[in-house]
Design a binder for this molecule. Structure first.
Ligand SMILES: NC(=O)c1ccc[n+]([C@@H]2O[C@H](COP(=O)([O-])OP(=O)(O)OC[C@H]3O[C@@H](n4cnc5c(N)ncnc54)[C@H](O)[C@@H]3O)[C@@H](O)[C@H]2O)c1
Length: 306
């Protein structure tokens, strides 16, 4: 009879995209500290090298690593642009060579274009000029005749949506035969709610939810589960070269109001994300699921007080 899942302490083999900095880096560190093996990929060579050569080596011997029954896990990584299929295939091949038995148990699709707004103050509400920034909306036209918004729309789709699809498909042979294999896609609460001028980000994060349940359906016959996490506000800029150099705290620059507007009383942490990833990774009945991880913000009704 099938068991309902695994102990979270079972040492798993992870592949994390966008693990060079930010939440992906924090997730990689915490998983390594708990005894899991992690292969990270990122387009940012400088942050990735710092993570692999300095940050993870110095943090993997910390106290929670000592608490893991078999000590810290192994880690490695490579540069990869998830929007390029050739780059993804090369990176996945390396991940297969790194991991025990050439298999991966959990793929975390975390890499993303993360600033949700169009650059340079460009706005969807002001139609762009065809040949120059005549209306002053900041959405000027570049050499190829493409405006900032058109170019960035493609970039959001290529990285956030196509990248997640490329990595997921390329990993199927490695997941096949893994331990309770699954894919965890990192979406966003902005898949469900909006501020102005975020069409590229919001649409691709919503697209990831469709990709999650359609791939869960397609991969079920292979025993591969596909789930999504929708984070709300989880500070991540301290997970970087600059954050390490300045010993930046996770809630740097946040006001009391920023924190207390959440029903949880605080913004999220990397540990919250890690707990959600491990829950999905180890729970057989979690399939095609969406976990909102936002301190209640997407359920909180907001009216102006008279
Ligand atoms: N931090 C939050 O509050 C928050 C909220 C909602 C959703 N998220 C999601 O969580 C994830 C991590 O966010 P973060 O705050 O750590 O952002 P971040 O910008 O610090 O990290 C994103 C990482 O992805 C990498 N990346 C970007 N394009 C890539 C590409 N083409 N190929 C490979 N790697 C690429 C970047 O180099 C970076 O290391 C993202 O998917 C983001 O959308 C974050």
């Amino acid at each position: 009879m099938a068991t309902s899942g695994l102990q979270a302490t079972h040492s798993l083999r992870f592949l994390i995209t966008g693990g060079g900095r930010g939440l992906g880096r924090g997730l990689a560190r915490q998983l390594v500290q708990e005894g899991h093996d992690v292969f990270v990929v990122d387009i940012d060579a400088k942050e990735l090298q710092h993570t692999l050569n300095k940050h993870l080596p110095s943090s993997s011997s910390s106290s929670s690593a000592a608490a893991a029954s078999s000590g810290p896990g192994k880690f490695a990584g490579t540069e990869c642009d998830v929007s390029s299929l050739a780059s993804v295939r090369a990176a996945i091949e390396q991940a297969g060579r790194f991991h025990r038995g050439g298999k991966v148990d959990v793929v975390v699709n975390n890499a993303s274009r993360t600033n949700p707004y169009w650059s340079h103050g460009a706005s969807t509400s002001r139609p762009h000029s065809d040949s120059s920034d005549r209306d002053g909306d900041g959405d000027s036209v570049g050499d190829g005749g493409e405006s900032i918004i058109e170019r960035e729309w493609r970039s959001f789709v290529d990285t956030n949506l196509t990248g997640t699809f490329h990595v997921s498909r390329a990993c199927v042979p490695l997941l096949d035969g893994g331990v309770l294999p699954s894919i965890v896609n990192i979406s966003s609460t902005r898949a469900k709610m909006s501020e102005p001028d975020q069409e590229g980000y919001a649409s691709t994060k919503a697209g990831i939810l469709g990709l999650t349940h359609s791939m869960a359906a397609s991969l079920a016959p292979r025993g591969i589960r596909v789930n999504a996490i929708l984070p709300g506000w989880i500070p991540s800029s301290h997970e970087s070269i600059a954050g390490d150099a300045n010993a930046t705290p996770h809630n740097d620059g946040l006001t009391t109001a920023d924190e207390e507007q959440h029903w949880s009383g605080a913004v999220g942490t990397v540990e919250d994300l890690k707990n959600a990833v491990l829950f999905l990774a180890t729970t057989r009945f979690a399939d095609g699921a969406e976990i909102r991880l936002d301190g209640g913000m997407t359920k909180k009704m907001i009216y102006v007080e008279e």
